[in-house]
Ligand binder design. Structure first.
Ligand SMILES: O=C(O)C(=O)C[C@]1(C(=O)O)C=C[C@@H](O)C=C1
Length: 85
């Protein structure tokens, strides 16, 4: 049986959290780039930067998966992707 100290278990878990956070940040940056393509394409064809019905869909998906804080997370992601409105 292997035993570990609480300090070692915490250090190990924190390393995994840091790895996950790096991946999450990378995914957010990727989302921002893809969102910019959608927005630029829409604007170039005479549309607006913002599409509120699509944003409602996204807010609903995050809320269904994560509860009320999911809505706040989705709002932050949308602000990162299209700026403040
Ligand atoms: O899906 C779109 O139409 C987008 O422009 C992307 C996006 C997003 O980042 O998810 C950004 C701005 C819009 O208001 C809605 C959604």
């Amino acid at each position: 049986m292997t035993t570990t100290t609480p300090e070692a278990a915490i250090a190990d878990a924190r390393e995994r959290i840091d790895t996950l956070d790096d991946r999450i940040i990378g995914l957010v940056q990727e989302r921002m780039a893809v969102s910019a393509v959608v927005q630029q394409t829409r604007i170039a064809s005479g549309g607006r930067r913002v599409n509120l019905s699509r944003e409602m869909e996204i807010l609903g998906r995050y809320r269904d998966a994560l509860g009320r804080p999911g809505t706040a997370l989705a709002m932050t992601l949308l602000e990162l992707c299209r700026g403040r409105i």
